[in-house]
Design a protein around this ligand. Structure first.
Ligand code: FAD
Length: 424
């Protein structure tokens, strides 16, 4: 085994939006950061629909113009909801709510979006190693001091640094190794999705609208227009319901598409151009956000049901924030778990309103139309939540939501693992 301890300040596991953002910001801070990505090159990822507040971390990364001027986006100005009878709500136009440039967001082809974020990190001086897989955390006296990496030829080496950022996405590298994974019990869903060409799409300002189309039993479809006449379409529902009578993802998808009149109509002119994909890795939060020498970001820390397209926002935002926290910790010469307490608390506080809204969405007694009829004055709060403006007091809003839906308690876990807690 080779030992390559070369004065590295930070190691990043994974180069999705969280890892690429963290690598870029750390490099910008002048830190020597080495990022390990198991893909040889950028490859398929789900998660194409951005929410407006993605603009802020993208702006901090200096890539807003790169995204806007790229060929891998469709401008997204709104989200709309299609009912069981085929009717569709008036779109929630983000620009009716704010005149900030963030109101015009995007549907992105993730492979290209991620490639752009990685190139940005490399340009800023981060060292990116592709085709390398992190196999183990190296710990000394309970503190993580590096990782064991396997390259594409199977050769294993060690990298050491005062701090490692786990941004390995739903592979949840550290959560799995450390036994920290805790599912969000009520949000156990399954998604089946594919891509169509030639399906019906709107034009002009509505071309990139995300549609959430309801199914009976609180299932739903997403309909996401992408460049080159492609549309991403997926169905999410309870596993027992979806897989009750067949195991075939294609049969299940097509059966459900026939049940949703708006989806059925939209797809009627198109044809499937990719395989059907399935995931059941839904909604979890790590027991801890950090331990000495280790901190988690993006899906590697917490994943929330994608109904409101919040995942890439949380990944980018936490990537930026974790990099600032790591930089400050390195400057203080202290990369112990306690340094990441504020980072973890902020992440959890931001996710909580989105999580409550997801719980409401799945509650049998809640729907947006009914809610807004009784509380038209709360439309702005609802839109704030949907666009990712999460640093505000949502208590009055969720008090009103709780007239229709049972609100979950905040998840009690997700703080750093302090040494004193380990060895009381
Ligand atoms: C069905 C579904 C639909 C979704 N739709 C949306 C949506 O519309 N909008 C949205 O914002 N979000 C959506 N999401 C969520 C979104 O996909 C994620 O939140 C987002 O990709 C998280 O980014 P990340 O950087 O944390 O992780 P990822 O993007 O998963 O990146 C992690 C990286 O780590 C690498 N890696 C993993 N393990 C290792 C290892 N051991 N060594 C080296 N590298 C490793 C992986 O190869 C990968 O490149 C959806 C998710 C699902 C499941």
């Amino acid at each position: 085994m080779k030992d390559s301890t070369e004065g590295i300040d930070a190691i990043v596991i994974g180069l999705g939006p969280a890892g690429a953002a963290a690598s870029a910001i750390l490099a910008e801070h002048g830190r020597r950061v080495v990022a390990i990505e198991r893909d040889v090159e950028s490859s398929y990822r789900v998660g194409e629909s951005l929410i407006p507040f993605c603009w802020h971390p993208l702006n901090r990364l200096g890539v807003v113009d790169d995204v806007r001027g790229s060929g891998f986006v469709v401008e997204k100005n709104s989200v709309q909801f299609a009912g069981l009878e085929g009717s569709v709500s008036k779109p929630f136009y983000f620009f009716e709510h704010t005149d900030h440039p963030c109101a015009r967001t995007w549907q992105v082809v993730r492979k290209d979006f991620d490639r752009m974020l990685r190139a940005n990190a490399a340009r800023k001086g981060a060292e990116l190693r592709f085709g390398h897989t992190v196999r183990a955390l190296i710990e000394v006296d309970g503190a993580v001091c590096g990782v064991e990496v396997q390259d594409e030829h199977g050769e294993v080496s060690e990298l050491r640094a005062p701090v490692t950022i786990d941004a390995s996405g739903r592979a949840t590298f550290a959560q799995t190794k450390l036994g920290w994974r805790v599912p969000d019990a009520k949000l156990r869903k399954v998604a089946i999705w594919t891509y169509y060409e030639g399906a019906k799409r709107d034009t002009g300002v509505d071309e990139g609208t995300t549609t959430i189309a309801y199914l009976p039993e609180k299932g739903w479809f997403w309909y996401i227009p992408l460049p080159n006449d492609r549309v991403g379409v997926g169905v999410v529902a309870e596993k027992d319901y979806l897989f009750g009578s067949t195991r075939s993802p294609e049969e299940i998808f097509q059966r459900e598409a026939q049940l949703q009149p708006w989806i059925k109509d939209r797809l009627s002119t198109g044809h499937v151009i990719e395989e059907y994909r399935v995931t059941s890795e839904f909604s979890y939060r790590s027991r801890h956000c950090a331990k000495d020498g280790l901190v988690l970001a993006g899906d590697a820390f917490s994943f929330l049901d994608p109904v409101f397209s919040s995942g890439v926002y949380f990944a980018l935002e936490s990537g930026v924030r974790v990099a600032d926290a790591v930089h400050a910790a390195l400057a203080a010469g202290d990369t112990s778990a306690a340094r990441f307490e504020a980072y973890g608390a902020r992440f959890r506080e931001q996710m909580e309103p989105m999580r409550k809204l997801v719980h409401a969405f799945y509650d049998d007694d809640f729907n947006f139309g009914k809610f807004l009829k009784r509380h038209p004055d709360l439309r702005a709060d609802l839109t704030d939540c949907l666009i990712g403006d999460l640093d505000k007091d949502f208590d009055p809003f969720f008090r009103a939501v709780s007239e229709f839906a049972e609100m979950p308690e905040p998840l009690p876990h997700g703080g750093p693992l302090m040494r004193s807690a380990e060895h009381p």
